[in-house]
Design a protein around this ligand. Structure first.
Ligand SMILES: Cc1cc2nc3c(=O)[nH]c(=O)nc-3n(C[C@H](O)[C@H](O)[C@H](O)COP(=O)(O)OP(=O)(O)OC[C@H]3O[C@@H](n4cnc5c(N)ncnc54)[C@H](O)[C@@H]3O)c2cc1C
Length: 447
């Protein structure tokens, strides 16, 4: 064990590195420290809308799938706050996002290995050692392992960046925008969950009565998140391992095909919007309140005096349409970008066809550093590990995989559990399962 530096340094404390920090906490011979630039734990504060629900079960919290006995579980949070029975009796189909954020903050407040208000500015190799430099120091901190959990970046469609400001902003800053929509024409761009929640919020009248709402999406309709049983198999360790074994090109083909498994609108939100529109337009007879405009791709924007004019290609009719708005909200998603702090070593990482670092099965980056200098990445493996990578569903499992790789032994169970779908003719290898499944080929012979 070294006397200076840490065995594990984490960059960023969002839910993913928070999960790893929680799983590392009981392992006393591993010294870890996670640095977060924000002054305290925050989870998507610009989208913490009252009434919004999680898209994942509370059992897929930071730790339970890896260690159901952990004191950092969602159930432990409920018990400690004395609200276990009330939570059950309230019978939420999904936990409120505000409550899950409160749970995450509760975990963050208990962990001794987190430091807030510290940005990691640079990662480098000095004298053969991985080191990081923080914003508040000139010193380099040695790290045997680095885990990047810096999150994704708000995506602004090309050509619209120049319009960003008070009247045109990304959904990630929706609640910070001090917005009033009273008698204003609002355009929402995007067809995922954020756009739906913003539409519902505008329809509530909380920010005033909009003169009109245009909800523009290039998707063919407002499509539901597919949460059915066999689609949910994509969010299992078995699938992630099977996916990682595929050639890169095949993986790249599969990701867009699986869009609605991870990036659709919750059926509950769709019903709420439909009902609210019925109330406003049919019961209260207010006339058209909101136009839903599918098949439209925004291809440009122009400022016309005080208003913004959007130009959209309508794939349904093949025509270009112009739409005027006073406020444009871009619910256009998030993208991976290599964190700035990795610039000093960025050239040493081979990239895939989309420019992402290549990740091994255990989420470590392939780079030309010494084999013992390991850099792990959370939320950077959409093309290497599949669509579950950006979701909470497998966060605890992935943290367990990284944790085991760092300590060099199986502290947490990570083996495939056996799935009903055989993506390959054989299941991914398991180590010590009591009842490993026979390869499909062998079963076929018996049949
Ligand atoms: C509104 C919203 C709701 C979502 N709801 C769900 C859901 O219900 N279920 C689900 O499965 N998924 C959900 N997701 C997707 C996913 O779970 C979240 O995006 C999640 O926050 C990703 O976690 P993360 O740790 O990768 O990144 P983030 O939460 O973005 O955290 C990254 C952190 O790293 C910090 N950071 C970055 N660079 C540095 C640096 N150099 N030094 C120090 N700190 C740094 C940032 O300040 C940030 O706090 C949701 C996403 C959004 C946008």
């Amino acid at each position: 064990m070294k006397t200076t530096g840490f065995d594990v340094v984490g960059v960023g404390v969002g839910p993913f590195n928070l999960s790893l920090a929680a799983l590392l906490c009981p392992i006393h011979d591993v010294r870890s420290r996670f640095f977060e630039r924000a002054g305290s734990f925050e989870w998507h504060p610009g989208m913490m809308l009252a009434g919004s629900c999680m898209q994942t079960s509370f059992l897929k919290d930071l730790v339970t799938p890896a260690d159901p006995t952990s004191r950092f579980s969602f159930l432990a949070y409920l018990v400690e706050r004395g609200q276990f029975y009330r939570f059950l009796n309230a019978e939420y189909p999904r936990v409120l996002r505000v409550e899950f954020a409160s749970y995450l903050r509760w975990v963050a407040e208990q962990l001794p290995n987190l430091r807030f208000g510290c940005e990691v500015r640079e990662v480098a190799v000095r004298n053969g050692q991985l080191v990081v430099r923080l914003d508040n120091t000139r010193e380099w901190l040695p790290a045997s392992n680095l885990v990047i959990g810096a999150g994704l970046h708000p995506h602004v469609p090309p050509g619209l960046e120049a319009f960003l400001g008070r009247e045109c902003f990304h959904s990630s800053s929706y609640l910070h925008s001090q917005l009033s929509v009273e008698k204003r024409r609002v355009a929402i761009v995007g067809g995922g969950q954020s756009s739906a929640e913003i539409c519902l919020d505008l329809l509530s009248g909380r920010l005033g009565q909009a003169a009109s709402i245009d909800w523009i999406t290039r998707r063919s309709n407002l499509s539901p998140l597919d949460e059915t049983a066999f689609t949910n198999e994509l969010f299992t360790p078995d699938y992630v391992r099977s996916f990682h074994r595929l050639p890169e090109e095949r993986r790249r083909q599969l990701v867009p095909q699986q869009k609605l498994a991870g990036d659709g609108i919750s059926p509950l939100t769709l019903s709420q919007i439909s009902q609210r529109l019925y109330e406003l337009e049919c019961v209260e007879q207010r006339g058209p309140v909101c136009r839903i405009l599918p098949e439209r791709e925004v291809r440009g924007m122009r400022r016309e005096r005080a208003e913004l004019r959007l130009f959209a290609h309508n794939a349904f009719t093949g025509q270009t349409e112009a739409l005027d708005a006073d406020v444009v909200i871009l619910a256009t998603g998030y993208r991976y970008r290599l964190p700035e702090c990795l610039s000093p070593i960025a050239e040493r990482m081979p990239r895939d066809a989309e420019g992402n670092p290549r990740l091994r099965e255990d989420f470590s980056v392939i780079w030309d550093g010494a084999p013992e200098q390991r850099i792990y990445m959370q939320n950077a493996g959409r093309c290497s590990h599949g669509i579950a990578d950006a979701q909470l569903s497998l966060a605890a499992w992935r943290s367990a995989v990284i944790c085991n790789a760092i300590v060099g032994r199986q502290v947490y169970p990570v083996d495939a559990q056996g799935a009903p779908i055989y993506w390959h003719s054989e299941r991914p290898p398991t180590s010590d399962r009591a009842n490993p499944a026979a390869p499909l080929a062998a079963q076929a012979l018996v049949l």
